[in-house]
Design a protein around this ligand. Structure first.
Ligand code: HEC
Length: 175
């Protein structure tokens, strides 16, 4: 009887082990089929030295910069990439009038009202040799005042006195 039990147990164990191995194999096969492309790519991936990687990164950067330089008109997120100025139908006029003596950064780093921009132009005309801009001046001022206006100006709405709920501050009660 004992002998018999022992025998059956061994058989069951062998059976389960085989079953487990089969299931494991099936799962692995399934996984392989599922990820075949990724696994192949990983195994066949080119192995570069750090030097080669640096070179590749540099080449990529050089060709990207070249592409950008060729793309004089390139605009990204509303910014003219070459100058950093806000893109606008009058951008060419701004670039030809305002970037011959200094970088466009002087413009993009400044904020002023239309009047403020007018005084800067007056100042450049009086002291820095900027020519009279003629009928281009209002167009340039419109551009500057629109895109490079003071950021805090006119943000807060005027208080509407009528709608405010006033209350009487009672100092005696608070004691
Ligand atoms: C004839 C040359 C010339 C031209 C063209 C010119 N600028 Fe200038 N601009 C100057 C000089 C010189 C300065 C002083 C630069 C410095 O401080 O480094 C200056 C300074 C500025 C500044 C800084 C002013 C400040 O108070 O910090 C702004 C902004 C500016 N220019 C905007 C413009 C705009 C807008 C135009 C186009 C209408 C323009 N510039 C065209 C010569 C010029």
């Amino acid at each position: 009887m004992d002998q018999h039990n022992y025998h059956t147990e061994t058989l069951w164990k062998a059976f389960f082990t085989t079953l487990m191995i089969t299931i494991l194999g099936a799962v692995m096969l399934f996984g392989y089929l599922l990820l075949e492309e990724e696994i192949r790519q990983y195994i066949n991936r080119p192995v570069y030295t750090q030097d080669q990687l640096n070179k590749i990164a540099k080449n990529r950067e050089v060709s990207r910069n070249k592409e950008r330089a060729d793309n004089w008109d390139l605009v990204e997120n509303g910014i003219h990439v070459k100058t950093g100025l806000k893109s606008d139908p009058n951008l060419k006029l701004i670039i030809s009038s305002c970037t011959s003596c200094h970088s466009a950064k002087l413009i993009t780093q400044n904020r002023a009202t239309r009047q403020g921009w007018k005084s800067m132009i007056d100042w450049m005309q009086e002291t820095q040799g900027l020519n009279d801009l003629g009928d281009k001046e209002p167009i340039i001022l419109d551009y500057l005042a629109e895109y490079y206006a003071p950021t805090e100006l006119g943000r807060r709405e005027n208080l509407d006195i009528e709608t405010i709920e006033w209350y009487i501050l009672n100092l005696e009660e608070s004691n």
